[in-house]
Design a protein around this ligand. Structure first.
Ligand code: ATP
Ligand code: MG
Length: 227
């Protein structure tokens, strides 16, 4: 895929990269702004947006991977910092973040800081993820604020997370992995669930996601019966 090659062609000597996964079912301004504020906070060269194949902890996506990728590609045309990375779709079986970060670590080498961003709602369940204890060996984790979800108390995270918090952004650029950071992003109370529900009752998703994505959804009549 062209976008993927573009994203990975300068791996050697890369300063720091971001990774932001999701179903993107559909992609919306909450995702896009989160990925962009991740880039701005850590002065990242790029943020890779990684659509899930079959995530282990949630039901199958409402529309197929082809549509989700097409919508992401349209959205990413409006940004020079964000890139599609389709590695989870190329892999058979469940999409584990551990495997995604391990393959990125292999590609970018031991020294490049990799910052995995996720919303507070997703972070709440991280202890149950596959090989959760080893995630910080592969990357840093930035937890982004999300309206309606509290970032769980540091002391309630359990090892190895509770002792990994950094109040400053700079340590995440100085070492390759191992830190947790709480990122207070512009609050955007947008969710794909709500967008799907609104489309199903005949409402346009305009102003919740890029106009090009809105037109794609209309052209392909997506999410009309997603309730
Ligand atoms: P759904 O309602 O289908 O779960 P969603 O809007 O939560 O969709 P996901 O694809 O599940 O989107 O989320 C991907 C990542 O983006 C997760 O880490 C999630 O926490 C984060 N995220 C999604 N929307 C926002 C938002 N509005 N603000 C901050 N983070 C968000
Ligand atoms: Mg979600």
């Amino acid at each position: 895929m062209i976008e993927r090659n573009r994203a990975t062609e300068h791996k050697a000597g890369c300063t720091a990269i971001g990774v932001f996964g999701g179903a993107f079912d559909p992609v919306h301004f909450g995702h896009l702004r989160a990925a962009l504020e991740l880039a701005f906070t850590f002065d990242l060269e790029k943020v890779l947006l990684v659509p899930n194949g079959q995530p282990p902890h949630r039901p199958r996506a409402f529309v197929n991977a082809g549509h989700r990728v097409a919508m992401l590609q349209l959205a990413l045309r409006q940004s020079t910092e964000l890139f599609l990375d389709s590695r989870e779709l190329d892999r058979a079986g469940p999409s584990y973040t551990y495997d995604t970060l391990a393959s990125l670590r292999e590609e970018y080498g031991a020294a490049t800081p990799i910052i995995f961003g996720l919303g507070a709602d997703a972070f709440e369940h991280i202890a149950k993820w596959h090989r959760a204890d080893e995630l910080l060996q592969l990357a840093h984790i930035a937890v982004l604020s999300r309206p309606g979800s509290e970032i769980i108390a540091r002391s309630a995270c359990g090892p190895p997370f509770e002792s990994a918090w950094s109040d400053e952004a700079e340590p995440l650029r100085q070492q390759a992995s191992g830190k947790l950071y709480s990122l207070d992003m512009t609050p955007l109370a947008i969710s794909s669930t709500r967008i799907r529900a609104q489309i199903a009752k005949g409402w346009s998703p305009r102003f919740l996601l890029p106009q090009t994505v809105c037109e794609y959804i209309e052209a392909h009549q997506l999410y009309r019966s997603s309730l």
